[in-house]
Design a protein around this ligand. Structure first.
Ligand code: FES
Ligand SMILES: [Fe+2]
Length: 416
């Protein structure tokens, strides 16, 4: 409401996406004070597996020790500050290349060349700096700062929602990291609403009802359900078979899911079924054929159950498949970010191995048309935030999760 009592839509100051001071506040008050998804559990499934989370100007290594214990260390040499490692992989020891200081996987010192040249150095001082790490539902989280709350408390109430999916049983079938010429919040915003489907993703309107989305906005996190297998009111008259065929034709995620089930363009939806109910049955049969008895509801098997875990993680559940998406600020340019995506499938043949991104930097066809439409649009959004005439970004009720996301950021930045 305005002072004169008139209703007003939510607005944001565009400078929060462009101002280096805002990014500095996030560096100080946001990133070190929230749980951050570091990797999937498969990346650190076995002793000697190491995964890196590089976020803003910080980097953390998650390490499965020879004793099977999961630990995390700030990725910095305790000699003169060199970064120890980059990316995911395996290691018997952690070694700094600069002067060869070396640590066991539990962070204790293994070797310091010419140790006698550091007559006062204790093993405690030389040990790697630990940080908090916890695992939940096949995802590994770290907390960079002091006094982390228990992860499960932090994730409430989402912790009650993931059980039926059995995410730890999923395998990673694709991982990508793509550089985006936009602030990390510009990227995050783009995932938090389906309103833009009728803008840049018009091809999905044949099977995605962007006007039928339902929302849950909690204290810190949020959820939306995007109806799939239901055409938008904008799509005109389509039969259930038309809807399914348009999903098969999709050069993105849904087409991939249907093709994995052996569904092609010849699909016919039987009389009396909707596209959504038919798709739910297909998904249930697909799981059963692979020995998975599921008690997921039809909606959980068909719709996009889209969870946002503050500050930068999104998990889309699709019944037999899940997309895990993370938005990471770049270390040197606050108007650049990294979009990390893991495509997880309950039906898979992969054995757990550290997953390296399949590519860095440029989008490719492999992520599908929808992803490329988003990635093509975002640099223009970021540039527009600088326009001297733009005093406010406006948000409608379909964008309420974005409003909540930014309010939560402000809460974190204002906290003592
Ligand atoms: S900076 Fe790492 S060993 Fe010297
Ligand atoms: Fe999009």
């Amino acid at each position: 409401m305005t002072a004169d009592g008139a209703a007003r839509d939510a607005t944001l100051d565009p400078s929060r996406y462009t101002d280096p001071e805002f990014a500095r506040a996030e560096r100080k008050r946001l990133w070190p004070r929230t749980w951050l998804m570091a990797c999937i559990a498969a990346d650190v499934a076995k002793p000697g597996y190491v995964a890196e989370l590089a976020i803003d100007d910080q980097s953390v290594l998650v390490v499965r020790g020879k004793d099977g214990v999961l630990r995390a260390f700030h990725n910095v040499c305790t000699h003169r500050g060199n970064r120890l490692r980059e990316g995911n992989g395996r290691a018997g020891l952690l070694r700094c290349q600069y002067h060869n200081w070396c640590w066991h996987l539990d962070g204790s010192v293994s070797d310091i060349p010419r140790r006698e040249a550091f007559p006062c150095l204790t093993d405690d001082e030389a040990a790697l700096h630990p940080c908090a790490v916890e695992e939940w539902e096949g995802l590994v989280f770290v907390f960079l700062g002091e006094d982390p709350p228990p992860l499960r408390d932090y994730l409430q109430p989402v912790t009650d929602r993931f059980g039926p999916y059995h995410l730890p049983e999923y395998g990673c079938i694709t991982k990508a990291s793509v550089r985006v010429e936009a602030n990390w919040k510009t990227l995050c915003d783009s995932f938090l609403e389906a309103y833009h489907a009728q803008g840049i993703h018009r091809q999905v309107l044949a099977y995605l009802d962007e006007q039928g989305v339902t929302f849950e906005v909690w204290d810190t996190h949020s959820h939306m359900v995007v109806p799939i297998g239901v055409p938008s009111p904008r799509a005109g008259d389509l039969t259930p078979t038309d809807v399914l065929r348009r999903m098969v034709d999709d050069e993105g995620f849904y087409g991939m899911v249907l093709r994995a089930m052996g569904i092609d363009r010849t699909v016919e939806v039987p009389a009396g079924q909707t596209a959504a109910s038919w798709f739910a049955g297909l998904n249930r049969d697909y799981l059963a054929a692979h020995g998975v008895a599921t008690d997921l509801t039809d909606s959980q098997l068909v719709d996009d159950h889209h969870y946002f875990l503050f500050p930068n993680l999104i998990v889309n559940h699709f019944g037999s498949t899940a997309l895990v998406t993370r938005c990471r600020p770049d270390p040197t340019d606050h108007e650049r970010s990294w979009w990390d995506v893991w495509v997880l499938s309950r039906i898979h043949e992969t054995t757990p191995t550290p997953t390296a991104p399949i590519y860095d930097g440029v989008p490719t066809d492999e992520l599908g048309r929808i992803a490329n439409q988003d990635l093509d649009a975002l640099p223009g959004v970021q540039l527009g935030m600088h326009d001297r005439s733009l005093t406010a970004v406006r948000l409608g009720t379909d964008e309420r999760r974005i409003v909540a996301f930014h309010e939560t950021i402000d809460r974190w930045l204002a906290a003592p």
